[in-house]
Structures are given as structure tokens and as C-alpha cells.
Design a binder for this molecule. Sequence first.
Ligand code: SF4
Length: 225
Amino acid sequence: MSALQLTEKRARIIVEKLLQHYPYAETTLTHESPWELLVGAILASQCTDERVNKITPALFSEYPDPESMALAEIKAVEPIIRSCGLFRSKAKALVGTAQQLVEHYDGRVPESEEALMALPGVGRKIANLIRGDAFGKQAVVVDTHCARISRLIGFTDSDKPPKIERDLMAILPEEHWTLWGHLMVTHGRDLCKARCRLCFSCPIRAECRYGEALDPSEAEEQDCV
Ligand code: SF4
């Protein structure tokens, strides 16, 4: 078996084990449409999904669709989203995105990566999230959890999201590209936190480059601060 085949096999085992551990792994942004997911994703930049979910009910009540948001005054949107931080730039992005959707896509969220990334406030990470979770495409979302844990596991040595995405796409079965992002976020919030890796409780320690190299005599909380 080649090195790549061994890595692919390891990837399949990791997905199976993490899926057993986190059978509920999916986006935690509350949404009922591609538009609502897009709004939530823009608001979630440097903010928790939990906080975004507290903001969006009032926002969607006032602006339920791109048509209503496209007509909004940016100054009127700002106070509703103030608590998620960067509220001025996010309000501008929401209104600008809504205007583009109305003008170019008949008020619908486009499915292609290129079209999504042309929207204000939408980068590669958000575009992939929308493609995966709103349209059922397979796309690797490389956020901070995914980048960090994929490096620890040994599936990439890069800190550049586009390269990490390419490395993961070369290893993971395509049907697991979207799932991988959700598993990484869930694992990153649970056992493999940035400041507290509970490797000796981790279901994939045997398959993880970092975890497998640990001395079993070390305390479980060795990386906790
Ligand atoms: S073994 Fe440790 S570093 Fe590796 S994925 Fe598990 S918690 Fe993270």
C-alpha cells in the first residue's frame, strides 16, 4: 500500500471514529434558508455561533429576505447586530450582499464558489459553508479548528487555508469533504481545544500524528492552561 493509500485509509478511520463520537456534527448556525445561513455566516466572523443565533431572530423578523435587506439603511441594521462585533462592516456587507442578490440573482443565493466569493463579506470559508450546508455540495470549510486539528493529525503542514483545503481534498473521500469541517469544529470545541487538548480521552489518538507520539505516562491535561 502506498503512503497516500495509507493516509487515505487513516482518514476514513478518523471520520468513522469521530462520527461515532459526534453523530450530530453539523453547522450550529440556526437557519431555514440559504439566505439565513449566508447572513449567519457573515455575522459569525470573529463571533461565536451562539451569539449570532441570539441576534438573527430579530434581524430576520425585520429583514426576512434579500429584497427587504437590500432596501435597508445600513445605520438601521447596525444596532440590531451590534453585539456580534465589527457591526459597521458587517451591516455594510449584509446590505451590499442583499443588493447584489436582488440585482444579479433574482433575490436568490447563488451556488457557485465564484459567484459567492464576489459578494461583500464572503470569502472562501463562507462560500464553502454555503455550498456544503445550503446546497448539498461537497466543500471543505477551513476555519481555525479545521486548520489546527488537521495539522495536529498530520494531514497538512500548511497554515494557509487554500493549501490546507487542497491537502485535505487530496486525502479525504469527496463524500466527506463537508462533514470533515463539521467534525473538526465539533472536536475543536470538545476534546481538541486550542489551549486544552485532552489527547488521552480522544477517540482518534492512535490515528493522530501529535497524539500518537505522546508518552502515555504524561498527564491527560498536559496541554491545558
Ligand atoms: S489526539 Fe490530541 S491533538 Fe490529536 S486530535 Fe485528539 S485531542 Fe487533538
